[in-house]
Design a protein around this ligand. Structure first.
Ligand SMILES: [Zn+2]
Length: 305
């Protein structure tokens, strides 16, 4: 599929917002950084999923709005998103994670994913994704699975609760039945194929000393190896907040021009970086138009002064 078809499909997938907005010079600067680069890191936090209709779990009220059953019991995000909940209340813990697994399987990634893919397809070294999102939406949007680093794991993989080994495995065979009203797993919970004990999502949780990070570490090693092959790197960071700064710290460690998209925390640390205080899809759409409409057929950027 060529990139123009991808753009057309991405546009069809969702109505894109009005681009007659301020920040034009910042958008142009971002487009120029991307056009001058031969490789692109896409660094994504929870804000990337908001335009797909996913909750960013921002604040207690936001979390409880998404999970009313937990609100009724005054259970906070940190109380359920921890390994202890699988030991003490496994049906409730799976009610939460099983619901999220189903939600992420059913939700279509927004048009911004396709636009980023189209931009990356024009670059000699392509893209590498670094994300702390566990939803698997870059894979769903068709990004190369070998060019994705899921630094906090994936809800689409499982591991032993203990854990008894370093193994992780696909959650594809796990089809949970959930009572959403009560946030309870009704069907059988997955088990570890090695020891027969309970399994859990291969997702980094709060206070999680039992998370198996081998898979994520191997992905990050691949990313750093790829980075060595890129002469002029650009980074586009989307929806990554400072409360859990994994993505922001990684972006800033790469020593390359950074385009930071964040409606509330868009401050940038370097002079050659760009701050875009906009929602993810709005910003990506505007950048994509600026980049793709000025890129000539021989993949050089038409300089418009
Ligand atoms: Zn085990």
């Amino acid at each position: 599929m060529d990139s123009s078809t991808e753009i057309a499909e991405a546009k069809e997938a969702e109505a894109v917002p009005d681009i007659s907005l301020p920040l034009t010079s910042s958008i142009e600067k971002a487009a120029r950084i991307i056009a001058d680069a031969d490789g692109l890191v896409i660094a994504a936090g929870v804000g990337m999923g908001v335009d797909s209709g996913l909750s960013d779990f921002r604040g207690t009220e936001g979390f409880w709005k998404a999970y009313p059953a937990l609100a009724r019991c005054r259970i906070h995000f940190e109380d359920i998103a921890c390994p202890g909940s699988f030991h003490t209340h496994p049906r409730l813990a799976w009610g939460f994670y099983g619901h999220r697994l189903q939600l992420y399987r059913q939700t279509k990634p927004h048009a911004g994913f396709g636009l980023l893919k189209a931009i990356g397809a024009r670059m000699p070294r392509g893209t590498f994704v670094f994300t702390r999102n566990v939803d698997g939406h870059f894979q769903r949007a068709g990004f190369d699975v070998d060019r994705i680093c899921e630094r906090h794991g994936s809800i689409h993989r499982l591991q032993c609760l203990e854990p008894c080994s370093d193994a992780t495995w696909s959650a594809d065979d796990f089809r949970p039945r959930i009572d959403s009203e009560r946030c309870q797993l009704l069907s059988r919970a997955p088990i570890c194929p090695t020891c027969g004990g309970p399994a859990r999502p291969n997702v980094l949780m709060f206070g999680d000393w039992a998370w198996n990070g081998r898979y994520a570490e191997a992905q990050e090693a691949s990313l750093l190896e790829w980075r060595e092959t890129v002469k002029k790197l650009a980074i586009i960071e989307i929806g990554a907040g400072s409360t859990i700064p994994t993505v922001r710290q990684f972006s800033e460690s790469l020593d390359a021009p950074l385009i930071r998209i964040n409606p509330k925390e868009a401050d940038v640390p370097f002079g050659d970086s760009v701050s875009l205080p906009l929602p993810a899809l709005t910003a990506i759409d505007r950048i994509a138009r600026a980049v793709l409409e000025n890129w000539t057929t021989d993949c050089t950027f038409a300089k418009v002064e």
